[in-house]
Design a protein around this ligand. Structure first.
Ligand SMILES: O=C(O)CCC(=O)C(=O)O
Ligand SMILES: [Fe+2]
Length: 370
């Protein structure tokens, strides 16, 4: 629900405080703030500390192109070696020849732009807002307190699988009318790509091909889609679109449109802008993959910078084993400097949502350690 005060529109949201009590709060609708043409950043969005200056992020050395994995070539050793190396070095990689038709990707872009192009009233009557662990519907990303800095973002989140995941909830926008159909088609295509990558990743790490994929099943595996909308920001030097986090997924498949240059990844204590060209899909290793691989690949710690004059959209598709499934770190040869234990997927995910702006992922990952 949105409320209007002093000309500012708010999402009304709830969070669980440190005593476990449900509290209500309101956070500005960022798109409306941006449309109002404001010149200063409201205090609540100032999030940049000295250790994380947005402006000093390094760009990859131009002489070294960011590796792109050719999915159609993953039957070849050479491509598997590349996959292992980029997954281990960065935890994220670009994919080409993934088999998802351009028309499907353009369809996603059209319905997403269509939704965010609606007036606030139309958006609100099109879809609900839910405060639960999955933070579904239209609103801000997780709000966990009244004090924490907010991200310069509005989001729309839904579960495309399992099929009964959003029964009884209005999480699929009714406008544009084809939103759900287009997104579900994309999700099914994305599932195929992710399944293929799960096998290839296992092989690339010299593990038995099915070790990761066997944790998934076509009925109950979970596909959560989060559409991120980052309006132009008056002070990109002071705000973030998303605060640093790792994804509590097995794999995340990302598309972006409107602009590039938002996603940054932490490596060797430096923030790098991911050289992610338009019309390319990006895959990120999630925490669950780090656990399943016993640390052979690691989920990257990443954040989203804001941009001054352009709007940017991204669609993050989180692919997970069924919520009730237990995942276990693989055994076998190969480098592994971690010792994870068996965890129930849904318990890991729920626990990871508890933390308010953590400085690194250890508190979340420790849940899966002895
Ligand atoms: O917007 C992006 O590029 C990244 C989004 C992201 O990290 C997320 O939604 O988890
Ligand atoms: Fe993320």
């Amino acid at each position: 629900m949105e409320i209007k005060e002093d000309g500012v529109c708010y999402h009304e949201t709830k969070f669980i405080d440190e005593h476990g009590l449900i509290r209500s709060t309101k956070v500005p609708v960022v798109q409306q703030l941006a449309l109002s043409g404001l010149k200063d950043l409201p205090n609540r969005f100032i999030s940049v500390s000295q250790d994380h200056p947005v402006v000093s992020s390094s760009i990859l050395d131009a002489s070294r192109a960011f590796p792109t994995v050719d999915v159609a070539q993953l039957g070849r050793t050479q491509e598997l070696v590349k996959l292992a190396s980029v997954a281990q070095e960065w935890g994220l990689f670009l994919v080409i020849n993934h088999g998802i038709e351009d028309s499907v990707l353009h369809g996603v872009e059209d319905v997403v732009r269509g939704f965010f192009g609606l007036s606030l009233e139309e958006k609100k009557s099109s879809v609900g807002t839910y405060m639960d662990v999955d933070n579904l519907g239209y609103g801000q990303n997780f709000v966990r307190s009244e004090e924490e800095p907010l991200g310069w973002i509005d989001r729309l989140a839904m579960k495309a699988a399992p099929s009964e995941a959003s029964e009884g909830l209005l999480v699929w926008p009714r406008n544009p009318a084809n939103f759900r159909q287009v997104m579900e088609q994309y999700a099914e295509e994305a599932r195929k790509v992710c399944n293929h990558l799960l096998e290839a990743l296992a092989e690339s790490l010299s593990l038995e091909k099915h070790v990761f994929l066997e944790n998934f099943d076509s009925e109950n595996s979970e596909i959560k889609v989060r559409v991120n909308y980052y309006p132009p920001c008056p002070r990109p030097d002071l705000a973030l679109g998303q605060h640093p986090h790792s994804d509590a997924s097995a794999l995340t498949l990302l598309m972006q449109f409107g602009a590039t240059g938002g996603l940054q990844v932490l490596k060797d204590a430096k923030w790098f802008t991911v050289p992610w060209p338009e019309n390319t899909l990006l895959v990120s290793v999630g925490d669950l993959m780090e656990i399943m691989s016993n640390g052979r690949v690691k989920s990257p710690w990443h954040r989203v910078a804001t941009l001054a004059d352009v709007e940017r959209f991204s669609v993050a598709l989180f692919y997970n084993p069924p919520s009730q499934a237990e995942i276990e770190p693989v055994e076998g040869e190969g480098p592994s400097d971690e010792s994870y234990k068996k965890v129930v997927v849904g318990e890991y995910v729920r626990n990871s949502y508890k933390y308010s702006l953590p400085v690194d992922k250890q508190p979340m990952m420790n849940f899966a350690k002895n």
